[in-house]
Design a protein around this ligand. Structure first.
Ligand SMILES: Cc1cc2nc3c(=O)[nH]c(=O)nc-3n(C[C@H](O)[C@H](O)[C@H](O)COP(=O)(O)OP(=O)(O)OC[C@H]3O[C@@H](n4cnc5c(N)ncnc54)[C@H](O)[C@@H]3O)c2cc1C
Length: 444
């Protein structure tokens, strides 16, 4: 793939989109759908899709897992509307791939939430209860241990719940395919072009010039915190993945042939899935984290985190001993204080961030929202409770004082103790509970 030409000097457009991950790409696509004659310019600091959008776990989820939080924060009707819109997004990605002839390995299959320790049993109760309270009990249902192991026979799985609507994708195929389709439509995309400033009049500045525009869209994931006014709006965590060689024999032995994406109930979750070419991808959200812009440099690839993920992979699936892990990688996660993504406008800048490890499906919805905000069109999408929510910030103190590293250590110690069937120590439990006590929700 050849990168597009960097922007050298000045330019102009109706709308300039900053960031070429799923959110920026979907927004650009939707802008052209809404107004085919619109002059849209997309600026990407590196290469579109080379960030988390091209290297995530490919879980394409709804926001049903956040139904308890949504009910609490915005009420039943508004919460249900968000869940429904997020379902449209999961289905919409499949339909888009179909219509555009893109083979992104889109595979609809439910999401399985599992307990791998006694302490995780029932970690899905809130979600099951929320779905029932919203009148949709089939969306998330509890399963017996036998039902769980019939779907995937890991010796660690003690019970679980099934989230009905879900899919998996090959993330890079989707991101690069979206980029290619935009280029085919004649969209101007300048890669290796970092935006250094958002201007009040809707334009932006790069290192080499200025772009005049009526509106701009900020879709830069964890980098959002680097722009004035957004520093405490999100925190940054990280996630890492290991990928095995093709192991179709192991998948057969596990009976894991239905394509279910699986996530456990730890605080720093493990997540795992199969791929179209018969591999197992296994991820862990236990990498570095930072609050108030203090993100660590070890977000991209932390070898200790990769090694720990590999150990966990073999605990989940002992049949993999002696089988090769062929790829490993990591990347940053933009953590919203409420665990749900945030969209809105500040003057002529329209922003989206805070996917908190669930951005594949919701970024499609985000594109629908941001395109409408940039065009000042109001409808059921812009009225969703994800848009201009009541402001929540990562408070500078005492969280920042305690620091991401301290909280991460406590979360690791808590999960490790529970893995061994022990209760965590009192101090560990206290520090690990700090974010939630402050009303903050950590990833997955
Ligand atoms: C290892 C890992 C596993 C994950 N697994 C899953 C999963 O299974 N399911 C799921 O739903 N989510 C998952 N996620 C999260 C998901 O990848 C993200 O939520 C999603 O890709 C966010 O898309 P985005 O467009 O907001 O961000 P990005 O993909 O990060 O795109 C933002 C782009 O902005 C560019 N940029 C940054 N600053 C500037 C600037 N100043 N000027 C111009 N461009 C700039 C960046 O180079 C980047 O390309 C995972 C993330 C990681 C790291």
């Amino acid at each position: 793939m050849v990168p597009t030409r960097p922007l050298e000097g000045d330019a102009s457009a109706d709308v300039v989109v900053v960031g070429g991950g799923y959110l920026g790409l979907w927004t650009a696509w939707r802008l052209l759908e809404l107004e085919p004659e619109l002059d849209v310019l997309l600026l990407e600091a590196a290469i579109c899709g080379h960030g988390p959008s091209g290297r995530n776990g490919g879980f394409c989820e709804t926001l049903w897992g956040d139904a308890p939080t949504l009910r609490e924060r915005v009420g039943d009707a508004a919460g249900l509307a968000v869940c429904r819109a997020s379902e449209d997004a999961v289905r919409g990605i499949g339909a888009w791939c179909e219509e555009n002839g893109l083979d992104a390995w889109y595979r609809p299959a439910p999401l399985l939430r599992v307990a791998t320790t006694e302490s995780q049993l029932g970690s899905w109760d809130d979600s099951v209860g929320a779905a029932a309270a919203l009148g949709e009990p089939d969306e998330i249902t509890a399963l017996s241990p036998e039902e769980v192991r019939r779907r995937c026979d890991s010796p660690l799985f003690l019970g679980g719940a099934l989230q009905r609507l879900n899919a998996t994708v090959q993330p890079a195929r989707l991101a690069l395919g979206l980029r290619a389709k935009l280029l085919e439509r004649g969209m101007r995309i300048h890669e290796r072009t970092e935006v250094t400033r958002l201007c009040e009049d809707g334009g932006v500045e790069t290192r080499f010039g200025r772009v005049r525009a009526r509106e701009n869209v900020l879709a830069v994931n964890s980098r959002t915190a680097g722009f004035p006014g957004y520093r405490l709006a999100l925190a940054v965590a990280s996630s890492h993945i290991v990928l095995t060689e093709p192991v179709p024999d192991v998948l057969d032995e596990l009976g894991w042939t239905g394509g279910e994406a699986i996530v456990d109930g730890r605080t720093l979750v493990h997540y795992t899935r199969t791929t179209d070419d018969g591999r197992i991808a296994f991820g862990w959200g236990g990498g570095a984290m930072g609050f108030g812009g203090r993100a660590s440099a070890r977000l991209e690839l932390d070898r200790e985190v990769v090694a720990a993920a590999r150990v966990s992979l073999e605990r989940f699936f002992p049949q993999l001993r002696g089988r090769a892990v062929t790829h490993a990688w990591g990347g940053p996660i933009d953590v919203s204080p409420t665990h749900v993504p945030i969209f809105g406008s500040r003057g002529r800048t329209h922003h989206g961030f805070g996917f908190t490890g669930n951005g594949v499906g919701p970024s499609y919805l985000g594109g629908e929202i941001l395109a409408r905000l940039a065009l000042d069109r109001r409808d059921d999408r812009t009225r969703l409770a994800l848009v201009e929510p009541e402001r929540a910030f990562f408070p500078p103190e005492p969280l920042r004082y305690a620091g991401g590293a301290t909280i991460r250590r406590a979360l690791l110690a808590k999960d490790a103790a529970e893995d061994e069937g022990r209760a965590p120590g009192a101090l560990t439990a206290l520090v690990a509970s700090l974010p939630r006590r402050l009303g903050l929700n950590l990833p997955r």
